[in-house]
Ligand binder design. Structure first.
Ligand code: UD1
Length: 417
């Protein structure tokens, strides 16, 4: 298994282009099942989760070719509504396949999804929403069987604003007769992007980005070329990496509107951040001020996907920071690895108390999940001496060759295969 070897102490300087977002491309790829024609995804990100999703689609009958940076999907021949276990179990987002398969085939069979070990990750809201649309669901022997022969439009209330449940129900409703509403839905930018993708194929979805989404059923969707939004979590990760290592970095394609909470916290920590319509410029001295309190919340609150990175930054701040994780209970698994590097972190239930230390030291550590793994890279950029990070495959799920990006900015990092 691949490892990263990093020598800390080098500032980051230069410019990076931010790729399209994993969390936008995944539901868009799943949503392409609803189209019986060709879907072209411009600049489609190439992380390992995306590759697994394309393998699942190929198993259903899609013909997919890479055209430079774009992916072209011929969806005319989808005959199968049961997804392959091999790839379905690797990614959490395989659960989104239920909605589009029901739209296209009126049936779906999906194994329980895999993904990061960041918490229990129930799927009750997905299933409850689909049941409100008349889907009969049987859960047996590790599979979810859905019969949508008698589906109808409905009025759904989500007990929590779940991103995946919102996207799944949106896709299940696109071709139902009548109007479906999803109340208390999630407001993440990737949901608005999915709405724009569906509408570009002739769908009628409105309200994404607010807490009520309305879907008016259409008979059919048509061929489309679509460019997904850029990855706010990668942009945020590299901003925090710059804050940690010190330096001067411009992130092309990054949207400041999608990163308001992070930008506010990084400014409090002492970074200078200039925002433009299509890029973010960050300058950091390496002297990090503690940020009194950070609490993860659904968008537009502070994102859980940038919590581990910020916790890591605070390990070398000039004071104490309290971090509360409200979404995924295992996000603090990273603290055992950061402690090996000299961090002072105490975890009590969903709260971490991070006392800044003068410096971190290089160590042998293990990535345990995607964002936690990226955070160990951030720690290593500053730590004295060598750090080796094992299980880099977690990081590859959501960053395409992170080592190349960081090396281009001046980091001393290499992948050991
Ligand atoms: C998506 C993102 C993930 C991000 C998360 C929260 C994708 C592919 N992944 O994951 O990167 O960390 O949003 O921003 O877009 N919940 C339930 N029952 C359900 C579904 C969710 O209780 O049926 C709970 C979860 O345990 C969690 C909260 O709702 O506490 C939010 O989860 P959700 O928004 O569904 O996350 P994902 O869609 O899995």
């Amino acid at each position: 298994m691949d490892k990263f070897q990093i020598v800390g102490g080098y500032p980051l300087r230069g410019t990076l282009d931010i790729p399209t977002a994993k969390n936008a491309c995944l539901p868009i790829l799943a949503g392409s099942i609803m189209c019986s024609d060709t879907v072209k995804i411009i600049d489609c990100a190439k992380f390992s989760d995306i590759i697994y999703m394309t393998k699942i689609l190929e198993g259903l009958g899609a013909k997919i070719i890479e055209d430079g940076d774009d992916l072209v999907l011929d969806m005319s021949d989808i005959k199968n509504f049961a997804t392959s276990d091999e790839y379905t179990k690797k990614i959490r987002s395989s659960i989104f396949l239920l909605g589009p398969l029901l739209s296209r085939c009126h049936h779906a069979k999906v194994a329980y999804p895999g993904g990061c070990n960041i918490g229990s990750r129930p799927i009750d809201l997905h299933l409850k929403g689909l049941r409100c649309l008349g889907v009969k669901i049987i859960e047996r022997h590790g599979y979810i069987y859905c019969d949508g022969s008698n589906m109808h439009a409905g009025d759904i209330y989500l007990d929590l604003p779940s991103v995946g449940a919102t996207e799944n129900i949106m896709m299940a409703s696109v071709m139902l007769d009548g109007v479906t509403t999803i109340n208390n839905c999630a407001k993440e930018p990737e949901i608005e992007d999915l709405q724009n993708f569906i509408n570009a194929m002739g769908g009628k979805v409105s309200g994404a980005g607010t807490s009520v989404i309305t879907i008016t059923g259409v008979d059919k969707l048509h061929s489309v070329e679509y460019t997904p939004i850029r990855d706010r979590i990668i942009a945020g990760t590299y901003m925090i990496a710059t804050a940690m290592a010190g330096g001067d970095v411009t992130l092309n394609g990054a949207s400041a509107n999608h990163l308001v909470a992070l930008i506010s916290k990084l400014r409090q920590s002492g970074c200078q951040i200039d925002t433009y319509c299509d890029k973010i410029h960050i300058v950091a001295s390496g002297n990090i001020q503690a940020v009194s309190h950070i609490e993860t919340q659904p968008y537009p609150g502070y994102p859980t996907d940038l919590q581990s990175q910020m916790l890591t930054l605070m390990t070398v701040s000039d004071g104490t920071t309290i971090i509360k994780e409200n979404l995924f209970e295992n996000r603090f698994n990273i603290t055992s690895e950061l402690t090996k590097m000299g961090a002072d972190i105490k975890v009590v239930d969903r709260m971490a108390i991070v006392r800044g230390v003068k410096e971190l030291n290089g160590a042998e550590v293990q990535a345990q999940d995607l964002r936690g793994g990226a955070s160990l890279v951030i720690a290593a950029l500053r730590a004295k001496g060598y750090t080796t990070i094992e299980n880099v495959y977690h990081i590859d799920r959501g960053y395409s060759h992170m080592e190349d990006d960081l090396a281009r900015l001046g980091a001393h990092i290499k992948r050991i295969v």
